[in-house]
Design a protein around this ligand. Structure first.
Ligand code: AHG
Ligand code: MN
Ligand code: MN
Length: 354
């Protein structure tokens, strides 16, 4: 190889190694404006939170006080894990004294948490699910964190944060961290979806997959079929349809982030529908469904409640839930067609589509 070529190859390799999260945000915005600097710094802090959480998870079985429950029940009525609390506090700590985020709202806190020293300079709110899929923590399977950034509107400095009760198109940025064999951070600021892998030797998230596109159709259907008899007949019909067709395969890991990460690369659909007892389903709009829907649309997919685009849903409360059907555009449309046909028989629904 000529010296010049070798030099170019080395330069490209170095450039790739230096494409960190904060630099990537600035590149995406083609600007050093104060908003671009803010978003870059916010993403950098989220990366720090992810590293702290990943570090604790990686040694969980060796340390005291990491695994198991706290004995408390959160505002959702769910038993709280020690890792839920640790991760919740990590996000608060990394944003203290940042001048970036005035408010944080999470699954683990009944009301938004204000960081007075950041207000009113910090014009953003961070919404987050600190540990998603926390039932997987104690068995050393993948878990995640989900985040969403919204511009703070009005002068709410310690109120009920009513300005957050708006649709998902108000999100400025969204993403998730997957704590798996490697730690991967996926984000979007409305300019495509990009993945970064934590290089432990550098302690940095390095660009590993730019402009992710979800296939238009895929083989995966991901749903907790244990709830089959709790669903509406129309959903049961969709599942019966999938069982009868060739080319579908079931995957369900009990952690939304992992299940959706698989769909980003292989295509298909993830569903958490409402049940007879819980028509709104389980997943929370502001810090679970809406950020994932934002990412999925940016990657060319869709997210729906079955009758409405998730990004158009306006939550009534901070912790509102909604049914979620998310993934490849054709697979989401297929589920919607079953739901919208209501209780027609399976054969009638398939006939109506053909
Ligand atoms: P969380 O741990 O944040 O409460 O979220 C758990 C969610 C989601 O990650 C997963 O897809 C779903 O709950 C699993 O619920 P089921 O056990 O009802 O299938
Ligand atoms: Mn969750
Ligand atoms: Mn959670």
């Amino acid at each position: 190889m000529a010296d010049l070529d070798r030099h170019e190859v080395q330069e490209q390799a170095l450039d790739r190694d230096c494409t960190t999260l904060s630099r990537h945000v600035l590149q995406q915005l083609h600007s050093f404006s104060s908003q671009a600097q803010d978003l870059s710094a916010i993403m950098n802090r989220i990366g720090l939170a992810a590293k702290l959480i990943a570090r604790r998870l990686s040694r969980a079985g060796l340390m005291e006080g990491v695994l198991g429950f706290t004995g408390d029940v959160n505002v959702q009525g769910e038993s709280v894990k020690k890792m839920d609390i640790y991760a919740n506090e990590v996000f608060i700590s990394v944003f203290k004294q940042s001048g970036l985020v005035c408010r944080l709202a999470s699954e683990e806190m009944e009301k938004p948490y204000y960081i007075p020293e950041n207000c009113p300079i910090g014009r953003y709110t961070l919404l987050y699910d600190p540990i998603d899929g926390s039932s997987n923590v104690d068995i050393n399977l993948n878990v995640g964190s989900i985040f969403s950034i919204r511009q703070q509107e009005g002068n709410d400095i310690d109120g009920e944060a009513e300005d957050l009760l708006q649709d998902g198109r108000k999100q400025v940025a969204a993403g998730y961290v997957l704590y798996g064999p490697s730690t991967v951070l996926v984000y979007s600021i409305g300019t495509g979806v990009h993945a970064f892998t934590l290089d432990p030797s550098l302690g940095e998230f390095i660009l590993s997959n730019e402009n992710i596109q979800v296939p238009q159709h895929g083989p995966i259907y991901s749903v907790n079929e244990g709830n089959f008899w709790q669903w509406d007949e129309s959903l049961r019909n969709y599942i019966r349809y999938v069982h009868r067709q060739e080319g579908y395969t079931a995957r369900y890991g009990g952690a939304l982030v992992g299940d959706i990460h698989r769909i980003f690369s292989q295509g298909g659909v993830f569903l958490y529908p409402g049940t007879v007892k819980k028509p709104e389903g389980k997943l929370r709009l502001l810090y679970e469904s809406a950020p994932l829907a934002f990412l999925m649309e940016q990657a060319g997919g869709r997210a729906s409640t079955g009758i409405q685009n998730i990004l158009d849903v306006v939550p009534e409360k901070l912790h509102s839930r909604a049914p979620l059907i998310i993934g490849s555009i054709e697979d989401v449309a297929m589920v919607e067609s079953f739901i919208q046909k209501g209780t027609k028989t399976l054969d009638e629904t398939v006939m109506a589509r053909s």
